[in-house]
Design a protein around this ligand. Structure first.
Ligand SMILES: C[S@@+](CC[C@H](N)C(=O)[O-])C[C@H]1O[C@@H](n2cnc3c(N)ncnc32)[C@H](O)[C@@H]1O
Length: 387
């Protein structure tokens, strides 16, 4: 029997309480076992897994953390591996009732992402940690090797790391710039770009109402909204009678629509037309800030968080559209924890309020390139200074 086959059988035979599984696994790896193997359909089915399941899925399903950890750390299987149906190892653990392994996998994902972010190795593919809309998020990154997942964090020297980080930032800026040149179509409850991406959709209205009340709990406040879209958030904000209401919007079609609809004449409204990155020096300080752009990535959200303390008053409230990895619970949980930790690092405390989302159904996504949300619970972030 090959070393790879012996490795599969060993992992399949582990139980949650087994101790010292690392040593035999490492020995099989040293014997040439291929940890990157995917199970054949018969083996996957036999173990209650789907087509294209990896050894990590098998270990997660068996519920032995030492085995999972060894596969992540010693065999370098990416933490965000998915099977042919997009099911992650985290979901495999949860489906088999191993909530403890699920939580540890979330922690492992967060750690891996932080290492990769520090090295500038997150690859901008369609769909990695997208804030809203364009793609399927982290699980697409899994297919891109080191992109957003997995262990290969060593090896580059510092010079290469800096170059990688620069390239990634540039590629992200290009992605946003491309979106800003696409023609947009407005229709009832929908804003689509010429590529079929759903930029904003009416199903989010109840969430926007909650976001608006979160950042503007009383009348007479100074508020800032980044990203106008369909103007749903801004309509709710207007109804809450802010003293001043600043809106940043970068897309020319959206800006023209704002003018046509008279937004520049509404009480207290000040429109800053341009990418938020280019108009920051025109910002003041605010009691409430909301961020919801499109065609940007987690790194842009994080960049915005870096400047946030300069523009949020001490008692102010900040929130953002939490569409991070909104089609996969496991990747969403990793993303939320990353955002929480990143905000804590700049002195901000985040509370996530859980809001039930009705099942959206296929009709909502009709004629769109991709559904960007499918989870039953929306975790609305309320962010304040940790005073
Ligand atoms: C998802 S929509 C916002 C939806 C809005 N919250 C609502 O309630 O309708 C995102 C908006 O951000 C704009 N946008 C994208 N990139 C931007 C950037 N870098 N700076 C400012 N606005 C941007 C888009 O043109 C789009 O109008």
């Amino acid at each position: 029997m090959s070393a790879t086959q012996r490795l599969i059988e060993f992992v399949a035979g582990t139980a949650p309480s087994d101790k010292r599984t690392r040593e035999p696994i490492c020995k099989l790896l040293a014997d040439g076992a291929d940890a990157g193997v995917t199970l054949d359909v018969a083996a996957a089915t036999q173990h209650g897994l789907g087509e294209g399941a990896t050894l990590l899925h098998l270990a997660a399903r068996r519920g032995n953390w030492e085995t999972v950890q060894t596969l992540l750390q010693d065999a370098h299987i990416p933490w965000n591996s998915v099977d042919a149906a997009g099911v992650s190892a985290g979901e495999a653990a949860l489906r088999a009732g191993h909530a403890d392994v699920y939580e540890q996998l979330v922690d492992a994902g967060v750690r891996a992402e932080f290492v990769l972010a520090a090295l500038g190795q997150r690859v901008v593919e369609d769909g990695e940690l997208v804030i809203e809309g364009t793609a399927a998020t982290l699980h697409a990154a899994g297919e891109a090797g080191a992109a957003g997942g997995g262990g290969e964090s060593g090896g580059d020297d510092a010079g290469d790391d800096q170059a990688d980080a620069g390239d990634a930032a540039e590629a992200r800026a290009v992605a946003n710039a491309q979106y800003l040149t696409r023609k947009l179509t407005f229709s009832e409850g929908r804003l689509l770009d010429s590529d079929g991406n759903a930029v904003m959709m009416g199903w989010e209205a109840p969430l926007m109402e909650l976001h608006a009340k979160t950042i503007a709990p009383t009348a007479g406040l100074d508020v800032l909204n980044v990203g106008f879209g369909l103007g749903i958030m801004d309509t709710y904000l207007q109804a809450l009678s802010p003293a001043s209401h600043t809106i940043i919007e970068a897309h020319p079609d959206v800006y023209q629509k704002m003018l046509a609809d008279g937004w520049d004449k509404k009480p207290g409204v000040r429109i800053l037309f341009g990418r938020w990155q280019d108009v920051v020096d025109q910002l003041e300080t605010y009691d409430g800030v909301f961020f919801d752009t499109f065609g940007e990535y987690y790194d842009e959200l994080k960049e915005f968080h870096q400047i946030l303390p300069n523009h949020l008053r001490e008692t102010g409230v900040y929130s953002f559209f939490n569409g991070l990895a909104g089609t996969n619970q496991f990747f969403h949980d990793v993303s939320c924890r990353m955002a929480d930790l990143d905000l804590a690092e700049i002195g901000m405390r985040t509370e996530f309020v859980e809001v039930e989302v009705d099942s959206l159904g296929d009709d909502v996504w009709r004629d769109t390139k991709r559904a960007y949300w499918s989870l039953p619970i929306y975790r609305l972030p309320i962010v304040r200074f940790d005073l």
